[in-house]
Write a protein that binds this ligand. Sequence first.
Ligand code: F0G
Length: 356
Amino acid sequence: RERYTGLINRYREYLPVSDSTPSVSLGEGDTPLIRLQNIPRLLGKDIDIYVKYEGLNPTGSFKDRGMTMAVTKAVEEGSTAIICASTGNTSAAAAAYAARAGITAFVLIPEGKIAMGKLAQAMMYGAVIMQIRGNFDAGMQLVKDIAGEAPVTIVNSVNPYRLQGQKTAAFEIVEELNRAPDFHCLPVGNAGNITAHWMGYSEYQRAGIVSSAPKMVGYQAAGSAPFLRGAPVENPETVATAIRIGNPQSWDKAWALQKESGGWFDELSDAEILDAQKLLAEKEGVFCEPASAASIGGAMRDIRSGKIPEGSTIVCTLTGNGLKDPDTAIEQCQAARMVTIDAELNAVKQAILSHM
Ligand code: F0G
């Protein structure tokens, strides 16, 4: 088997790189597509659900797909600094790929509103971190405004190379299933990732590799659901801090692909998101972060209602690793099966017997 060296080398012919472009890679992509076994049984439906576990990328989220492209092109164009606003994952990926490339990463994050794992990553990789007294949308506006004032390359998803890299997730899914799924469900914040997936499926359809493309279904957190409100949300709130976004950057593209694909947008309460996260971990052994669970939680609801019909093949993208946000996980497991016991054999025996 050939050594895997990241998605740029894997998909060079589909990406805006030349033979001489040196890729800045950490081996991103090639993530597992896991077929669910227990949740379909619980639903009592004849349905094929796969989760694309993007949490197994090098920095623990799908952002690595976009960042390998964005940083590769930034370096190729001679840039020595990158900047992004982030709810956490983009900052972690930007920091890591900048470190790899030997350039500087500046990241703007909403003070107190990013998960601990993500903050730890940005700090460890050596990014210059600006905590702003404001939310992601404010940070995004600042990043757009500063680009004309300072020599930094924006690596948010408004950078077209980001979506180019992220579209490769759709390629991988097609290659594993030997077809496109009937439905592809994703959590939606800025709507960059759902846009990128649609680009990927559409390209493979145009190339004749697949005969059809999936209906694209985007799920938002109810407190941060501009696509459901039909307008930006002023003060977005949700436990799923990754998608705590009120003013999506890919607004028009997202509406266009929704119509083109025949899919839809919907919203989940924070409680539904956390329930889905726990269920997936408990029943399938797959731990994703809260935002990611919106995809499977939403899909389950739409399968139950019949909106996603029996006989369908569904892919849900799990955008980030559960370890990103240990605080939320521990907090929602206060009733976990944990006992404190004396360090002696009998106590261990009692604990075992009482849980069988
Ligand atoms: N899931 C996770 C775990 C994310 O981190 C994000 C976005 C999304 C879903 C939504 O993707 O914005 O393309 O619709 N996180 C960005 C960040 C905003 O800064 O890390 P989208």
